[in-house]
Structures are given as C-alpha cells and as structure tokens.
Design a protein around this ligand. Structure first.
Ligand SMILES: [Mg+2]
Length: 387
C-alpha cells in the first residue's frame, strides 16, 4: 500500500464558537478576519476555521487529518501541500511514526520545531493513523495498544455568559444532564477570579468538580495568591496561569501551592514537555492532539506517565476529526484524568460529520469503528471550503 494523494480543505464555517468566560466585553478590535477580546490577549476567529487533510492510498483508502488550526488554516494547508505531501507520496502509511519524524526533521534544523509547520505535520500524522485503522479494520486506540477505560470522563469548558449568576444557571443546566465537571475561563484579575470561584462553589457545594483556565494572565506572585484562594474552594486544577514560554516562572508555581497546576496546550513536541517535567513546572499535562498529532501526543502521554504525571487532553478550536483523534489517544492513556469538551464548538462541528461523538452524561464514548471513527460530509462543507 502506498500514499497516492494528499489534499487540503481549509474551511471557514459561519458562526463563531466563542469559548471564553464572562466579562470579556466582546471585541476589543478586529484585525482582518480575527478579533481580540478586552481581557484576553489571544486572537480569536470570526468564523469556525479549520483545516481538513485527506490522504488517499493507491488502493483507495482515505484517511482524514485535522490540526488545531483556528488561525490561517489555508496557510497550514499550503505547508501540507508544499512541504509535507511531496515527502509522503509513494510511502507506506504503515510507516506512520517514522514518516512523522522524518518530515518533522526536514524543518526542525531550520528552527520550525513548533507552530504552523508542526501543525501541518500533525494533521498528516492523524490522517495516516486513520488509514492504518481502516486498512486493519481497527479503531486507532487499539493500534495504540488498547484502552484502559470504559468511557472517557469529560469536563464542560468555558461556560460563556455575561455574569457569574448566568454562569451558575448554565452550570445547573449541565448538572441536570449529568455533566458535573466544569472549567471556567477566567483570567480577569485576581479579585474577580477569586470572587467568581467563591460564588460558584457556594452555589454548588461539593456536587461539582471545578477547574479554572487562567488564560496566561498572571505573574508568578499573582498566580500563587490566586491559587491559594482556590485551595479554599477545592479547585481541581488551575490551567495556564503564566506565560507559555516562561519555564522559569512556571516552575515556581506548583511547589508554592496545594492545587494541581495544569499546562501544555500550546506545545507541539515531547521536548517542550520534557523541559517542563524536568523543571517540575506542572502537575497535570494538557497535550493537544491537534498540535502534537497522534504519534507525538501518545509519546507525551507515556513520558508524563513515567514521571507519575496525569494527562487531561486539551481540546480547543477544531472539528470532529481533531476531537476523535484526541479521544483515541485519551483511551490509550493509562494516566488519563479527564478530557475537555467544548459544547459551543461541537454544536457547529456535529452538523458536518458522522457519526455524532458528543459526550453524554459527563463522558465521551470511545469510538469503535475502524480508524478515527468519524467522516466529514464534504457536500455540506463544500460552500465553506476556502480556495
Ligand atoms: Mg486553555
């Protein structure tokens, strides 16, 4: 079996799956197709933007890949077409791990050991695993060694609303559907974040698990002060408190506080995790399979496991191929804590893929059909493909 064709489908679907918290005052400014919010530094999309990659073999098997590619997905598509595809054509998809490393090596010495280039590699890595699953008639998690879990516990991410009171109402809705793990998107200042968590914890007592995403908003001193407050309200983890590249400051946090410190969504390789493990910069890893791919993501899981660290795979902006890839890696993780669930985004994604992979009553089912277990409806997506 040989790889015959690599195609890219950058999509811009109308509807913005806003995943932040309250108090964001909406747009602080528009920059081309992207916007910033008053309290968050990151750019966000006006659309649901992503990249789908289809790799086809000479005997007609199609594998799908998707990076987490919420910004300039068509540029990542171009990297796939010009730098990755030529190295894949004619190769055996069963050599998927070797191929991922070989293509990564093409640009690592040129300084592209992260960012858009690795996203392009990871998208193709996911598609190759999909092919091998379909060719062997096995779901990908079985190719990774099988599952440690009967289902995959998830948490509801974000809970966007204008006020904490509204958020509490929305959380009540989730609890009534069996979702009792909630992550609030905070990062609005130490006082406001502390107040939000106090109100939510007091509204629910110990009936919910509560997590916090701090959106890289804090200095080490602020993060320590806030985490000490969260300790009193039994926060299950505090995510991304400090600038992503600042290992020295990240490393000061876990030893200073008693709640688990989580990070990892930004990183594209096991080396980024290795440095932070050696510096004891986190307690809980949040590998993003849309950025790492399945091969490297599985390596990160095992690296963390060897150091006694749990993983909570991150799911950000993306569609069902990216989500399904995450579920397979999560299923094959002995050290799984919980998986992220982005309801606003999945509501959009679900319209264009079959079957549904929506979690029910607080857990995702492990996909059991060969490969990833999801297929896009290209006819429905056709109007939104960016040429
Ligand atoms: Mg986050």
């Amino acid at each position: 079996m040989k790889i015959a064709k690599v195609e890219t489908f950058p999509v811009r679907i109308p509807g913005q799956a806003y995943m932040g918290g309250h108090g964001t005052d909406k747009n602080a400014g528009q920059m081309g197709n992207y916007v910033t919010h008053t309290h968050y530094r990151s750019s966000y999309n006006l659309f649901t933007e992503s990249l789908l990659v289809r790799i086809t073999t000479d005997d007609g098997i199609e594998g799908w890949g998707e990076p987490q590619s919420a910004l300039v997905a068509h540029i990542v598509g171009q990297l796939v077409s010009e730098l990755v595809a030529p190295a894949l054509i004619g190769q055996d998809p069963f050599d998927r791990v070797y191929l991922r490393d070989r293509i990564y090596n093409f640009t690592r010495d040129r300084g592209h050991d992260a960012g858009f280039m690795v996203d392009a590699v990871s998208a193709c890595d996911i598609a190759l695993w999909d092919i091998v699953g379909k060719a062997t008639n096995k779901p990908i998690y079985k190719l990774l060694g099988g599952t440690y879990h009967k289902d995959l516990p998830c948490y509801v991410s974000g809970v966007p609303a204008e006020t904490t009171e509204e958020q509490i109402e929305k959380i009540r809705g989730w609890v009534s559907k069996g979702f009792t793990r909630i992550k609030l998107a905070l990062g609005f200042g130490v006082q406001q974040d502390a107040e939000t968590i106090r109100k939510v914890r007091e509204a629910f007592g110990d009936t919910i698990e509560l997590f916090v995403d701090a959106h890289w908003a804090y200095t080490t001193d602020e993060a320590v002060a806030l985490a000490r407050h969260f300790e009193k309200y039994n926060v299950g983890f505090m995510e991304c408190a400090i600038n992503a590249e600042d290992i020295y400051s990240q490393a000061a946090l876990p030893s200073a506080v008693d709640i688990p410190i989580a990070l990892g969504e930004e990183y594209r390789t096991r080396y980024h995790f290795k440095e932070r493990i050696l510096q004891r910069a986190f307690d809980l890893a949040q590998p993003d399979i849309g950025r790492l791919g399945i091969t490297e993501g599985h390596r990160v899981v095992n690296l963390c496991d060897a150091f006694g660290l749990a993983v909570a795979p991150h799911i950000g902006a993306g569609l069902a191929v990216y989500t399904a890839a995450t579920l397979h890696v999560a299923a094959a993780s002995p050290n799984l804590r919980v998986v992220e669930y982005q309801p606003t985004q999945m509501a959009i994604s679900e319209q264009y893929f079959t079957p549904s992979i929506q979690p029910v009553a607080g857990a995702y089912a492990i996909p059991q059909t060969p490969g990833l277990g999801v297929e896009p409806n290209l006819e429905k997506l056709a109007p939104y493909i960016v040429q």
